[in-house]
Design a protein around this ligand. Structure first.
Ligand code: MRU
Length: 365
């Protein structure tokens, strides 16, 4: 998608043919800065410190992390060490494990001298496939938006989203935002309620930034405002992303998603979750088995922002000495999810629904 009218992906290979370029998302929306990753440790650092974040982009960065590791040392021992280092960066998004497994599968049986080229080729494919899957999520989600927009009789369809499941969380297009971008392109009037998404504010900082650069009408709201707006009939549809979807259709996503799912159910508002197949964890029977990342207390007790003089500073917002807890994700049970929007189409949030779209996962034994 575009920043100041120029098309970007979130990850690329620099002109030298091997350095991995990323947008440093910790600097947004106050500054647009790119970084070059030159080692597997750089890639692990970028994921852990959230220079890159969002389930699909975490996977893509890990894939390039393996490439960088192999450039340094293409031995089996280094491959294993780099895989373990990358896997340990963030626990919830299953795309990380998926991408590393893909890379290991690609290079493991190759002679050492062929590994680097094969790895870069597979990492590039993983990125291209992600772009195509997200584009198709948009194609399928657009049908849903068109249907709901009909009853609005030309008035904007109000869509609420939580966190950033936009193009910055993927390689391009986004998951939850892809249908929104495609609806906007198709001339369907939409307006997006953007949950600020405390504590790290990915909604206010990233989703609003994206939508603004694509000129999509949107309004940032405090996370606590969503239920009220739903009661007032000011939300027509909720679409979020997910970091891991269990085989039964339970979805883990950024903390606070569950409360939106509850409020949407109470107000009979459709609540959809958008995901590529790389986010499905077929090994988990339900969402309560998904590991939930616990992050630092300072993300709750402090906030970072820009002063009117343009300086970016971090300030304390809590009573000194109080403890703070920071679970980063929660699980919305499948019963609260109206449907899943995948690259293969829409389905019920259930094992049967998912297997209907991914019949190759049916276990014949
Ligand atoms: O902690 P983050 O910023 O990596 O969390 C991101 C989310 O929760 C997204 O909604 C999710 O990864 C889906 S991204 C397409």
């Amino acid at each position: 998608m575009k920043i100041d009218g120029k098309h970007f992906r979130t990850i690329w290979v620099d002109d030298d043919g091997w350095t991995v370029g990323i947008i440093d998302q910790t600097k947004l929306p106050h500054a647009f800065e790119t970084r070059g990753l030159k080692s597997a440790s750089d890639a692990a650092y970028a994921i852990k410190e959230m220079l890159v974040r969002g389930a699909p982009l975490i996977g893509a960065t890990a894939a390039y992390g393996i490439c960088l590791a192999l450039r340094e040392d293409a031995s089996d021992e280094n491959l294993e060490a780099a895989s373990n280092m990358l896997l340990a960066t963030r626990p919830t998004a299953v795309n990380l494990r998926w991408a590393i497994d893909e890379m290991l599968h690609t290079v493991r049986n190759l002679p050492r001298k062929k590994r680097v080229i094969a790895a870069y080729a597979r990492a590039a494919e993983i990125c291209d496939e992600d772009v195509e899957m997200c584009r198709m999520i948009g194609v399928h989600g657009l049908k849903l938006i068109k249907e709901l927009a009909r009853s609005k009789k030309g008035k904007p369809l109000n869509v609420l989203t939580h966190c950033n499941a936009g193009w910055l969380a993927t390689v391009d297009w986004g998951t939850a935002t892809s249908p929104l971008y495609q609806a906007h392109e198709a001339g369907i009037p939409i307006h997006v309620w953007v949950d600020e998404t405390r504590p790290r504010n990915q909604g206010a900082a990233l989703t609003a930034y994206e939508l603004g650069h694509e000129e999509i009408p949107h309004t940032i709201i405090a996370d606590n405002a969503g239920g009220h707006l739903m009661q007032r009939g000011e939300v027509d549809l909720v679409i979020t992303g997910t970091d891991r979807t269990a085989a039964n259709g339970d979805v883990a996503n950024k903390i606070g998603t569950y409360l939106k799912a509850l409020a949407a159910a109470d107000n009979e508002i459709p609540f959809y979750v958008a995901l590529p197949h790389t986010t499905i964890d077929w090994t988990l029977q339900n969402g309560f088995e998904i590991p939930i990342e616990e992050r630092g207390a300072e993300e709750v007790t402090q906030m970072t922002g820009r002063t009117s003089e343009g300086e970016v500073i971090t300030v304390d917002i809590a009573a000194p000495g109080s403890a703070a807890a920071n679970p980063a994700f929660d699980v919305s049970p499948a019963r609260l999810v109206t449907g899943l929007i995948t690259e293969r189409g829409l389905c019920e949030a259930s094992l049967d629904g998912l297997l209907g779209l991914y019949p190759e996962m049916i276990d014949d034994e």
